[in-house]
Ligand binder design. Structure first.
Ligand SMILES: Cc1cc2nc3c(=O)[nH]c(=O)nc-3n(C[C@H](O)[C@H](O)[C@H](O)COP(=O)(O)OP(=O)(O)OC[C@H]3O[C@@H](n4cnc5c(N)ncnc54)[C@H](O)[C@@H]3O)c2cc1C
Length: 383
């Protein structure tokens, strides 16, 4: 009989969360680490996302996570060894109503207190700075130059290559089917490639977070919703920033190769995994975006796909360790902004596992117990 393989830490999910965490664990010297991914790396939300990296949030928790992540993205090439097309072209946040504009003023005050350099722009200033935007209906805008975007596939591949170089293991096309819990502590996982013993299991399974948590016997208040997104044929590069509007319900950026990636939310989506796409989405988004960005008028859509937002009740991530099952950790429920905060989350969770506490970003108020204590503040800046 072959011997059972053992790891200190088994991570469920090979998206940006699982690979960022694996990277920091290895970097801090804990190399007895394995990632289990049921499909290919970045096949979940990460590989389907827009790659936006924004620090302009309405809650301090998200601002802090995003600001720390930006520090880590700035050093990504040097530290992790991969060019991920990271560009700090800024984020232009457009408001189309007075009430939201007032909220933006409060957000900017808090963001500045956190040390973020954010500008407030009038519609006239938007028009002077970006003459190719139709500013009709815009009440005000905010802009942060150190916001930006990157290629999410390359970020995952970069982390994965670094993990392997440092001695960690990655199993792709390997599904975790069960988690072995004995006397209230994690002892191993059952996978499609057999049993692995371990002391710690981390749920980094994105859209499947609730189902995976049920394998451990812990209920997580997360639900997944489809979000559609499309890409156009390329134009010459001239659009450095990500433009986004919560009241206008859209976001858009230009990739290094010139294509525009754009999307919007749909309040009528029902929870559940659904990777289909609809013509309604293309039609609605295209007619709106052509009005606001008239240069899009004659360019063609080349691809349209969908992914999942794993939502939490307050639209902030749920990160921590279970009080019920020893050795069970989770980093889920990002609610549409997990790519941008994952480096800081990976670092903080790895510090918690290796050193007993997070050293760079306080994540204590993001754990599951906040919902029992009703200590929640809903994030408003979400498309
Ligand atoms: C259209 C769209 C646009 C977005 N735009 C942005 C953006 O601009 N900026 C931003 O920050 N975020 C954005 N997001 C959100 C972002 O994509 C996610 O928050 C982030 O990718 C979550 O990463 P993750 O690693 O936690 O999850 P995922 O990338 O989903 O990875 C989880 C992985 O776990 C695997 N898995 C699940 N169950 C099992 C199992 N039992 N065994 C083994 N493996 C398993 C899955 O196959 C999957 O690959 C967007 C999302 C969508 C859908």
């Amino acid at each position: 009989m072959s011997e059972i393989k053992k790891y200190d830490v088994c991570i469920i999910g090979g998206g940006i969360t699982g690979t960022a965490l694996g990277y920091f664990l290895c970097k801090f010297g804990k190399t007895s680490v394995a990632i289990f991914e049921k499909s290919y790396l970045s096949s979940g939300s990460t590989g389907r996302c827009a790659g936006g990296i924004r620090q302009q949030w309405s809650t301090r928790a998200n601002v802090r996570l995003a600001m720390r992540s930006v520090k880590l993205f700035e050093r990504f090439k040097e530290d992790v060894g991969m060019d991920i097309e990271y560009r700090q072209g800024g984020y232009l946040v457009l408001s189309y109503n007075e009430q939201e504009a007032e909220q933006f003023e409060r957000n900017v005050k808090m963001q500045r207190e956190e040390g973020l350099n954010v500008e407030i722009l009038t519609p006239k200033q938007v028009s002077e700075k970006y003459p190719y935007i139709n500013t009709e209906g815009i009440v005000m805008a905010t802009f942060c130059q150190t916001d930006g975007h990157a290629n999410p596939h390359k970020a995952v591949i970069g982390y994965a290559q670094a993990i392997r170089r440092m001695g960690g293991d990655i199993y792709t096309h390997t599904e975790v089917k069960n988690v072995d819990v004995q006397n209230g502590r994690v002892t191993g996982i059952e996978t499609s490639a057999g049993y692995f013993a371990c002391d710690i299991v981390v749920n980094a399974s994105g859209p499947w977070s609730r189902e995976v948590s049920q394998l451990v016997g812990v209920d997580l208040p997360t639900e997944s919703y489809r979000h559609q997104i499309l890409v156009t044929e390329p134009l010459e590069n001239f659009f450095p920033m990500m433009a986004i509007s919560f009241s206008g319900n859209f976001y858009m950026r230009q990739t290094q190769h010139g294509q525009f990636i754009l999307g919007q939310g749909d309040k009528d989506e029902k929870p559940g995994i659904n990777h289909n796409v609809t013509y309604k989405f293309e039609k609605e988004l295209a007619s709106k975006m052509v009005r606001i960005f008239p240069f899009l008028r004659d360019i063609r859509i080349i691809r349209h796909w969908s992914g999942m937002y794993n939502m939490s009740p307050d639209a902030q991530p749920i990160i921590g360790q279970s009080e019920k099952v020893k050795g069970y950790y989770y980093a889920v429920g990002y609610s549409g902004h997990g790519f941008m905060v994952a480096p800081a989350v990976g670092e903080a969770l790895a510090e918690t596992i290796v050193f007993g506490k997070a050293l760079h970003t306080d994540i204590s108020y993001l754990d599951l117990t906040r919902f029992e204590k009703m200590q929640i503040e809903k994030e408003k800046n979400v498309v």
